[in-house]
Design a binder for this molecule. Structure first.
Ligand code: ATP
Ligand code: LTN
Length: 325
């Protein structure tokens, strides 16, 4: 079985990216064929400073390694290094429709936040490139956070449409969402997603110093009342903190509710902060060691070579199917 996922190097990775995506990748590497990439072409869909893009790309690679991904077992690469992504994108853009693309939540949210005259075509066509990423590697499983499911659904629609027309060419992917922590919310406003590109004081960045992380948790918005239980509607702040704790300690939410049922908010937050700091502290140190080891560029170059072999095979299949060769 093949597994594929990627993260956009658009900003500082958050605890949400860690719990919803990053932390889950390594579990597949012993018994699956895993491809993990840096979605740098996707990062261009919103304005980004070139130096920042370069720095973020290296940093994400270091975080991938720190998360336990072993480059001997897993192919780690940069999207723009494998030209088949752009080539398949050019073909597949003809099989997704304007109507369905305009219904994508991510497009609606991101374009709303911008001045309409400045919305690039790439932002609108984002799901075509993402479908190309997934389909090139014939991925069966795509581990992502909840917000990306819609993009995988549209990829699945495309597979049906394409295969109905040309025969069994593309492989059907399946999204896989972590059981606990598929949508970590902002600590300052637990009704919105913790996000790396909309900086806010309620987002914990993987590069924050440990004191700052602790401070952010301790000042997280909590809810009225004093009890600790799961209720997304009436207790979004407490539910979010419970989810963070459960995800980082690999426990069920129920087990955490039982543990904290007689706690006061302040003591509960302190325990959440301890777990965050004790997890991300060593993780950060490992990532920095990889970053400064000088290995990152070499590793990405090797990964791109391996990825291109698989990607080019699929590209040839698709070109033959549609009549380009
Ligand atoms: P941006 O704000 O730039 O759109 P993002 O923080 O949403 O970025 P992505 O690069 O879009 O990050 O996402 C990388 C992965 O992390 C995806 O699988 C996404 O679903 C997951 N993810 C992002 N934010 C969260 C969150 N708050 N909770 C759980 N998973 C998340
Ligand atoms: N859109 C994703 C990043 C991404 C991705 C992919 C994830 C681009 N291509 C293919 C899984 C599979 C996001 O995280 N925003």
């Amino acid at each position: 079985m093949r597994v594929l996922s990627g993260i956009k190097p658009t900003g500082k990775l958050t605890l949400g990216n860690y719990i919803g995506a990053l932390k889950n990748f390594a579990q597949y590497q012993s018994d699956h064929d895993v491809f993990i990439f840096i979605a740098d072409l996707h990062a261009l869909t919103l304005p980004i400073d070139p130096d920042e893009l370069r720095t973020n790309t290296k940093l994400i690679t270091a975080f991938y390694l720190a998360s336990g991904l072993d480059p001997h077992k897993v192919t780690i690469f940069k999207q723009s290094d494998v030209s088949a992504h752009a080539e398949l994108n050019a073909i597949l853009q003809n099989y997704l429709y304007m109507g369905e693309l305009s219904r994508m939540t991510q497009f609606k949210e991101k374009s709303q936040a911008m001045d309409h005259s400045g919305i690039g075509l790439g932002l609108f066509a984002y799901p075509v490139l993402m479908a190309s990423d997934i389909l090139l590697y014939e991925a069966n499983i795509v581990p992502v956070g909840e917000d990306q499911i819609q993009h995988i659904e549209i990829t699945r629609d495309l597979v049906v449409r394409f295969n109905n027309r040309y025969g069994k060419v593309l492989v059907m992917p399946e999204p896989q969402v972590t059981r606990v922590g598929k949508r970590i919310m902002s600590l300052s406003d637990p009704t919105v997603k913790m996000s790396k590109s909309e900086s806010g004081k309620g987002d914990i960045y993987l590069t924050d110093d440990l004191k700052t992380m602790r401070k952010k948790i301790m000042s997280a918005v909590t809810d009225s009342g004093s009890e600790i239980y799961v209720d997304e509607e009436n207790k979004p702040g407490i539910t979010n903190l419970l989810t963070i704790y459960a995800a980082l300690t690999n426990q069920s939410l129920e087990a955490c509710v039982t543990k904290f049922k007689d706690y006061r908010y302040g003591d509960f937050k302190k325990e959440v902060a301890d777990v965050v700091v004790n997890t991300l502290g060593p993780f950060q140190a490992k990532a920095m060691a990889f970053l400064h080891s000088g290995e990152v560029d070499r590793l990405l170059a090797e990964g791109a070579k391996k990825a291109a072999i698989i990607a080019n095979k699929t590209l040839v299949k698709v070109k033959k199917a549609v009549g380009l060769i």
